[in-house]
Ligand binder design. Structure first.
Ligand code: C2E
Ligand code: MG
Ligand code: MG
Ligand code: MG
Length: 289
């Protein structure tokens, strides 16, 4: 009985696999054209100073509004863009679009832009960043590039050389999703990061008084301070989380408590002081689950 049953399951499993592959293929074809069709856009999420909650900058977050399927989360299409190599062209567009947007803000706030490890496969990356700065007129020190520990999994000389070249442009670096990767800490010596972004998993843990999370965040903040780096708590959703992270010495906060990712129009109004944080409207994929 188990056998007959098993064979049927295999067949439906095959069908499901086939369907998933087809689905992926069609999404990939659509993603290839998304940029030219104007379906990609950027949302901007506020980052505030932990001490007085004043706005210090925004992180640019990529969005895709598919004409039939609607909004597709970056957790779905960014990996697809990475696997297909499309991230190179899309990432270049993100840099230009984000820099031009930030250059238009009435106050010189910082702009954080995510870089995929795959973008470092292109030796032109430093030139691409320099062009984005030149074309937009954005002061290099206002741009902070976010990379993850994944970039350092394979220690490749060209990547390190590119990081040094980028740093020489005067841009800053943040280590994103810190604590979730599997790499060693040795790479912290290879680049003077300006900031460590503490992953949301630890932020939530600290507020719920989990001793392990508190110990880990204490260690991260101490490490950052010793190395002359600032820290940002990612995904701060509640007052309790904010208070806990501030007590642990975290310098900056980012999360739904302070502002959800929003349109470029709202971000500009916020930067110009014509819109209070409390009245900003969230862009999609930032609503409660
Ligand atoms: P990330 O760089 O760690 O970005 C932070 C993510 O946390 C964003 O998800 C943001 O919307 C979400 N978030 C912010 N505050 C809160 C909060 O209070 N609670 C919770 N639960 N989540 C919060 P999003 O926009 O879905 O982006 C997911 C990931 O996609 C990003 O994680 C980043 O790794 C990637 N990504 C987004 N834009 C780009 C891009 O332009 N280029 C590249 N290479 N990757 C990008
Ligand atoms: Mg990020
Ligand atoms: Mg992050
Ligand atoms: Mg994260």
């Amino acid at each position: 009985e188990a056998k007959a049953h098993g064979r049927g399951q295999v067949r439906s499993y095959d069908r499901a696999m086939h369907q998933a592959a087809e689905e992926r293929r069609s999404l990939e074809l659509d993603l290839r054209q998304a940029l030219d069709r104007g379906e990609l856009w950027l949302a901007f999420q506020p980052i505030v100073d932990a001490h007085d909650e004043h706005l210090t900058g925004f992180e640019a977050l990529l969005r895709w509004t598919h004409p039939q399927r609607g909004n597709i989360p970056p957790g779905v299409f960014v990996p697809l863009a990475e696997e297909t190599g499309l991230i190179d062209r899309i990432g270049q567009w993100v840099l230009h679009e984000a820099c031009v947007t930030a250059a238009g803000w009435a106050t010189p706030l910082t702009l954080s832009v995510n870089l995929s490890p795959r973008q470092f496969d292109n030796p032109q990356l430093p030139t691409i960043v320099r062009n984005a700065l030149d074309v937009s007129g954005l002061t290099p020190s206002r741009l902070e590039l976010e990379v993850t520990e994944g970039l350092f999994l394979a220690d490749r000389a060209p990547t390190l050389a590119m990081l040094a070249e980028l740093q020489a442009l005067g841009v800053g670096f943040a280590l994103d999703d810190f604590g979730t990767g599997y790499s060693s800490l040795g790479y912290l010596q290879t680049l003077a990061f300006n900031r460590i972004k503490i992953d949301r998993s630890f932020v939530a843990g600290c507020a719920h008084d989990r001793g392990e999370s508190v110990a880990i965040v204490q260690a991260i903040v101490a490490l950052a301070n010793r190395l002359g780096m600032d820290t940002t708590a990612e995904g701060t959703e509640t007052r309790d989380e904010y208070e806990a992270m501030r007590a642990l010495g975290c310098g900056h906060m980012q999360g739904y408590l302070f502002g959800r990712p929003m349109s470029a129009t709202d971000a500009a109004a916020l930067a110009g002081g014509t819109l209070p944080l409390s009245r900003s409207r969230p862009a999609w994929a930032a609503l409660p689950p």
